[in-house]
Design a protein around this ligand. Sequence first.
Ligand SMILES: [Zn+2]
Length: 289
Amino acid sequence: MSLRNLSDERLIADTKMWNEKEEYCTRQFLRHINEVNRRRLFCDSGTGSLFKYIRKNFNKSDSETSRRILAAKTLRHIPSADKALAKKQVTLTNLAEVSNLVGNIKSNKKKNEILESIKGKTQNQTREMVDELTGKKRATRSKTHTHSDGSLRIHLTLLGQTAKDYEFIKEQISNKGQYQPEKIIGHAIKTAAESMRRKIVGIGSRKSKTITNSRTISAAIKKAVIARLGNKCENCGSKYNLHFDHIVPHSISKSSAIGNVRQLCSNCNARAAIVALSQQKMDLFINQS
Ligand SMILES: [Zn+2]
């Protein structure tokens, strides 16, 4: 039916109705992505994060996706926020703004106080309130641009102690006429990367052993696993939060040989444990914050 044939009253009433339906659907969407997240179901389709899963499957932009994920997180922490959202006392954006704050608070009373304090507030007012409560200065967002030759251009803001440390290094080397920002940043990145690589393969770890029936996965096996498929999650390809995992649980297989070891990101690792051991059991161990 063409909308041109609707009466003025009906057009206004229908517009209101569709807006309410849209809001209802958004709230249902938040509830559903929370449950998908609890089960780490997104790992089954090879997407190692809820963010990638929503981006890939639901045609939403980066900002729409992160706003929904953050608002859903607030709903997990403050169930009554769903009612406030239905009553239009808070917006999706407000709920997203306070998600990290409420995620770090244990007291339900305090969480509910935060919900009360953001009712009727704009995004900026909510953001200011969060900054005041956390005592944090908001860093301007770092921007990264990749050039065609693979080099990166990064605009970044250093805060607090990091800025002081940077100035200290600058002072020390500028006397010798060596001051080049990319050298300082380059050195810091190199040191951090080396330390992470050492951690991943367990180099220098006293616990690492070469025997393969121990639960501990030896440095040699870790290296071999990385050489086999690269330093990434074997399920989704993520390069973050990686863990070495026994394919058949060590309690059953008694084997830490290369054929029984893989690398998974924390989400795919959690999903594998849920499938192997049940959701109920893993709810006790998997961090849902
Ligand atoms: Zn993964």
